[in-house]
Design a protein around this ligand. Structure first.
Ligand SMILES: O=C([O-])CC(=O)C(=O)O
Ligand SMILES: [Mg+2]
Length: 213
């Protein structure tokens, strides 16, 4: 399986929002009762050590570190017990967000597609096969900007678990090999500026680094 190069497959990037209580609180949103799902196009990918571009008309670009689940087997309408079989591996990732454009879209009831899906909005670390990460439901994920720790969360704090997310999403979208699910960000999101260095990681298991152009 060529999953190590999954970003070249051009497959779906399916994102889950507001999946950690403390992030829901910092965004002043109410707790979701079902997963909040949105998409990024595959042109959003940036691989480790690449650079992130600030999109046009954005004055407030935010980092959101997230655990990414890479799909390794096709599946549709799977239940939670079968969900694990669809996982091929994981990546540490960023859901880069044009927060000002998203806020405007939110308040006028418009979609988030540009705020979340612009070119370079999905930086990812190296692919980690699932065998190498048996405890995905309890992992420390973190984000530093210019060496300063900004986000530190644990995947055990997700409102909707990884099997629940896979099952839920697969009721609507057939999951295919190479698709990526971003599982939501913990609290501590904040702005980045030109020339900043963002580092993200899973404990000391995986680390990736990106520069803001
Ligand atoms: O923009 C947001 O707050 C929603 C989101 O992507 C997340 O919670 O990871
Ligand atoms: Mg996010």
């Amino acid at each position: 399986m060529r999953l190590a190069r999954f970003t070249e497959f051009g497959k779906k990037i399916i994102c889950v929002g507001l999946n950690y209580k403390l992030h829901v609180k910092e965004m002043k949103n109410s707790l979701p009762t079902t997963p909040i799902v949105f998409l990024k196009p595959p042109t959003a990918y940036v691989i480790n050590e690449g650079s992130i571009r600030i999109p046009k008309n954005c004055q407030e670009l935010h980092h959101e570190v997230e655990l990414g689940v890479v799909i390794g087997r096709k599946g549709s309408s799977v239940n939670e017990n079968e969900a694990e079989d669809l996982i091929g591996g994981y990546v540490i990732a960023l859901d880069m967000t044009a927060r000002d454009l998203q806020s405007k879209a939110k308040s006028s009831g418009k979609p988030w597609s540009i705020a979340k899906g612009f070119d370079t909005s999905c930086p990812v670390g190296n692919f980690i096969p699932k065998e190498a990460l048996p405890n995905a439901n309890s992992l420390d994920i973190w984000c530093k900007v210019n060496g300063q720790l900004k986000q530190k969360g644990n995947t055990s704090d997700m409102i909707f678990t990884i099997p629940h997310l896979i099952s839920y999403i697969s009721q609507y979208f057939t999951l295919e090999i190479g698709d990526l699910i971003l599982t939501g960000t913990p609290d501590g999101v904040g702005p980045v500026n030109s020339n900043d260095i963002i580092e993200i990681g899973i404990g000391d298991i995986s680390k990736a680094s990106f520069k803001i152009e």
